[in-house]
Design a protein around this ligand. Structure first.
Ligand SMILES: *Cc1c(COP(=O)(O)O)cnc(C)c1O
Length: 459
């Protein structure tokens, strides 16, 4: 255990992973410590302030579910670099495969001289993603790029232009994906004009929808607007996050996604599931849309795909993907061989350790803790999530009025005690948890205990 053996963690202790850092929380200075503060000063002089960080702590090393900062503090990471290192920081198979590839070759460009790892990643995504039909995949560098390409493919395949998105959606920061994203500040403010032919309709947000509104009714509210204001026959695709990520971990009411899928089918529009945050074991299934057996036409993945290296994908029905002419998709670095090898390492770790099951165990434990916090604290307006993707929405007690200040206070109190948590939400009032799926259950409980105290103090 002293070497940080994964032990009987959430991953069940099967093929226990060996981590280079002890899997524990240990503070040796205040957080941030003096070295982080010195780097913070250098950063302020050198780095564009538009790129900001939620925690003022600089990292020296990270392993499993622990981040070691430059002052020697070991922090419990309940954010996974925004759902990226589901397989743990510096996960052994990711590191080994990427390192091996680095020595063989770093880049040839798949569009010039191809290599096997790219094909193997596509094969695995085609196999793992929902739907028994024939599929194809294409690889890119970032989530935003994958979403842009899904829209390109949908427009080309349908011959239509309109793209329908939901309130509270987040799809990225490029020009088209800014247009698809809902929240103005900080993502869009002053960055327009935005891409045309993007139409936003209400989502299903049970905590804020009229009492008793069902998923089907929420879908009807959305699709009737599309029919009257856009025209069903003009819609190329409806892009949805099965559980909204940056928008606040909004879990739609049951029936919402299946009803949207039905509407797409009857309107000739394609359903694009943006599973960049929810996909690849995070929610307890390989993909979050499996929860209600929704089968999208196109599916985007990124974050967890390569265990920390930049890689993204669009996976979809062969008859849709095959409508794009050769050369219509691609990019210099898309499907870089080092990132592809890392992805093969990450995917094999997810399978070997059965990380969907680990996510379900994390969810059972986390949900119980968060409901206890809600029962004892009127500032916790809502608790929601699935698998290893959970959040609390903070409000002014006795109301549904968002309290962003409380969410910020909770996140910084957690950091001061050595636990990294993230905030999100259209109103900035949601504290979200995205632990690595390999986290030891005792370490997770310790992190949740720190969170409980922080929430109690904020309330
Ligand atoms: C993070 C995210 C994106 C954008 O991914 P980048 O790699 O940051 O471009 C798109 N969609 C969802 C749902 C995301 O969570």
């Amino acid at each position: 255990m002293a070497t940080g053996d994964g032990g009987a963690g959430a991953a069940g202790g099967r093929a226990a992973l060996r981590w280079s850092l002890p899997q524990r929380r240990r503070l040796v200075t205040k957080v941030p410590g003096p070295r982080s503060e010195a780097l913070q000063a250098r950063r302020a002089a050198a780095v564009a302030p538009g790129v900001s960080s939620s925690s003022p702590v600089f990292v020296a090393e990270a392993s499993g579910a622990v981040v070691l900062d430059v002052d020697g503090n070991s922090l419990i990471d309940l954010g996974s670099g925004i759902a990226v290192v589901g397989v743990g920081h510096a996960s052994p198979q990711v590191v080994d495969r990427a390192a091996g590839q680095l020595r063989r070759f770093t880049h040839t460009c798949f569009m010039v001289t191809p290599y096997e790892a790219y094909v193997a990643v596509c094969e695995q995504l085609n196999e793992l993603s929902p739907g028994t039909f024939e599929k194809r995949s294409a690889l890119f560098n970032s989530g935003a790029e994958a979403v842009e390409n899904a829209v390109k493919i949908a427009r080309r395949a349908t011959g239509r232009q309109a793209v329908v998105v939901l309130e509270h959606a987040y799809h990225g920061r490029t020009n088209l994906t800014m247009a698809l994203t809902s929240k103005n500040m900080p993502y869009k403010d002053g960055f327009g004009p935005f891409a045309p032919e993007v139409y936003r309709v209400p989502t299903s947000y049970p905590f804020r929808d009229p009492e008793g509104m069902t998923g089907r009714q929420a879908a009807e509210r959305a699709t009737s607007l599309v029919e009257s204001e856009v025209g069903a026959s003009r819609v190329a695709c409806v892009v949805v996050e099965p559980i909204q990520g940056e928008g606040g971990f909004v879990v739609p009411a049951k029936g919402f996604l299946p009803a949207l899928a039905d509407w797409c089918r009857s309107s000739g529009a394609l359903l694009v599931a943006d599973e960049i945050q929810t996909g690849l074991a995070r929610t307890g299934d390989w993909f979050a849309c499996e929860d209600e057996e929704v089968v999208p036409d196109l599916l985007t993945t990124a974050k967890a795909l390569a265990g920390g290296l930049p890689l993204a994908a669009v996976t979809g029905r062969a008859e849709v993907m095959d409508r794009v002419h050769p050369g219509g998709l691609g990019g210099t670095y898309g499907g870089n061989p080092v990132a592809c090898e890392a992805a093969l390492g990450a995917l094999s770790t997810m399978r070997e350790l059965d990380l969907p099951a680990a996510a379900r165990r994390i969810g059972a434990l986390t949900g119980e803790w968060l409901r206890k916090m809600q029962a004892s604290n009127a500032a916790v307006g809502d608790v929601r999530g699935r698998g290893a993707m959970w959040a609390i929405e903070l409000v002014r007690p006795g109301t549904k009025e968002p309290d962003a200040g409380a969410a910020r206070a909770v996140a910084s109190a957690c950091l001061a005690e050595g636990v990294v948590v993230l905030t999100c939400g259209s109103f900035g009032n949601v504290v979200r948890l995205l632990p690595p799926l390999v986290i030891d259950e005792a370490l997770l409980a310790e992190g949740l205990d720190v969170l409980s105290s922080a929430v109690a103090a904020a309330g």
